[in-house]
Design a protein around this ligand. Structure first.
Ligand SMILES: [Zn+2]
Length: 92
């Protein structure tokens, strides 16, 4: 588990606010449970910046770097770059 996956839990003094936070947390967990499980099963990183928002990222993108031949443009001299086939990214 990544540290960023942990929600920041703060103690709210206002009982109404505390109840709303609890309900929001339950709704958040219910709404994203299936998506989060599927993403983690595929090895994706799941980040929760704020309630009801998720950021999913495939860790396979860590293996790609900017193409040195075309500087990430995907083409050089009006031709598709042969090293990256126009994507602008190559594997490390
Ligand atoms: Zn290239």
């Amino acid at each position: 588990m990544y540290l960023s996956n942990r929600a920041v839990i703060r103690t709210e003094r206002n009982p109404v606010r505390r109840t709303m936070d609890t309900l929001l947390g339950v709704l958040d967990a219910w709404a994203f449970a299936g998506l989060d499980a599927r993403a983690r099963a595929q090895g994706w990183q799941v980040r929760r910046p704020v309630p009801l928002v998720r950021v999913y990222r495939n860790a396979a993108f860590d293996h790609y770097v900017c193409c040195a031949a075309c500087a990430g443009e995907g083409e050089s001299r009006s031709r598709v770059c042969g090293d990256c086939l126009g994507s602008g990214r190559t594997r490390r």
